[in-house]
Design a protein around this ligand. Sequence first.
Ligand code: HEM
Ligand SMILES: Cc1nc2ccc(F)cn2c1N
Length: 290
Amino acid sequence: IVHIAAINKDRTIDDYQRIYNKIAEKIREDDEYDGYIGYGPVLVRLGWHSSGTYNKENNSGGSYGGTYRFKLENSDPSNNGLQNAAQFLDPIYKEFNWISHGDLYTLGAVCAIQEAQGPKIKWRPGRVDLPESATPENGRLPDAVNGADYVRKFYARLRMNDREAVALTGAHCLGRTHLKNSGFDGPWGAASSSFTNEFFINLLNEQWKLQKNAAGNKQYDSPKGYMMLETDYALIQDPIYLKIVKEYANNEASFFKDFASSFQKLLENGIDYPKGAPEYIFKTLDDQDM
Ligand code: HEM
Ligand SMILES: Cc1nc2ccc(F)cn2c1N
């Protein structure tokens, strides 16, 4: 399967910055969502899940076709809760319906990371809406009740190495788990709307206890009321991952640099960009004194 980015010469960075600003202003406006965590984290998860269906074996899935908009994909149990992000983006798509769904989902995630004071993420337009028949089957997104071998193998399917895998999981500094979405609960403590290296610091500094939650699923809980999935905890069980976790816990700049490149790679998996295809770095609202 080949997906070539379609370069729309009529659209400039200003057109995409206008959409970025609309999303960023709406994130600021709709601040009460999920106990005042806001829409940032769930927008990041939508961008990640629409890209995480990619399979390097046959270059299938991924963000290109915007197939999350179809029932088969948005009703995947792994996507429980992402309807909130899709509903958030609906009015923005209505106003700027010249953009493809794949570009909108990934732009929304980049916007959410940057507006949460995270690193600047380079973004390239050109994803093209594919028909419902192109929707990947359910089951390509990762399960949380697994160890390091599973994590390494899962990320390899997305062409990610150990550093990229650890960096990407650092996005679990944002938001929280919801029993009704995934069967995991908490964290009551560290849930946040700012993008930092806290995930790595907490992983190393908290005393974690594996226990069954109210839904009977195993998760790690800490005295402060933080939680980690088994796939999160795997990052300090595996000696190779652990070394990288320590690096990022002690060097936020290194985490930011690796997250920025890994997240762009995640969002662009499966897409061939023609030479000279435009690549944008959007200004935050703060950068624009908005
Ligand atoms: C092995 C890999 C991963 C597993 C098993 C996993 C699993 C989960 C689960 C179970 C939740 C809770 C969903 C809910 O209950 O609402 C969650 C939330 C989240 N995940 Fe992951 N995740 C993984 C990797 C990633 C990656 C690579 C990113 C982004 C780069 C990411 C970003 C997020 C965010 C931002 C949330 C919070 C969403 C919210 O607050 O609504 N995750 N993840
Ligand atoms: C703060 C925080 N946010 C998340 C999101 C997902 C997850 F699995 C764990 N998380 C933790 N600890």
